[in-house]
Write a protein that binds this ligand. Sequence first.
Ligand code: HEC
Length: 118
Amino acid sequence: MVHFKAVLVLTSIALFIAACSGTKQEGFVIADSKSYEASLFRQQCAVCHGPEGNGKTVDGKIVPSLRVGDFKFRSEAEIYNQIANGGNGMTPFRDQLTEREIRLLTDLIHNRLRAKKE
Ligand code: HEC
């Protein structure tokens, strides 16, 4: 019985540690979204910005997070422009995406990925 209790305690500790160190995405979760813009993001942007837009390093170059940090572009117009025209390592999307698609992605980044967490 004592042995059984010890196993129980150890299991609880292990579960507790697993829960705390889990890398669950906070805020809007792209992977869970069935929206059109989320699927566009998965197809066009995740390769460089990561599946949840947290940024990553591609061939030694740092691709910025679209969620947190010191953003280079803040207004919707600036974000739209970056997606349409690219630059500084990012491919332009004006010939691959429609104006509506670029607007949807701009909205996704500006109003959901970057939304303040309450
Ligand atoms: C080939 C890799 C690549 C792809 C694909 C890519 N990006 Fe980027 N993106 C970058 C890099 C590199 C930067 C940093 C540019 C800079 O510093 O000026 C960037 C910057 C940005 C920024 C500006 C971030 C800031 O700091 O304000 C936005 C917004 C953005 N990307 C959105 C997108 C979206 C939306 C897509 C998909 C349609 C996409 N990117 C696809 C590489 C990529």
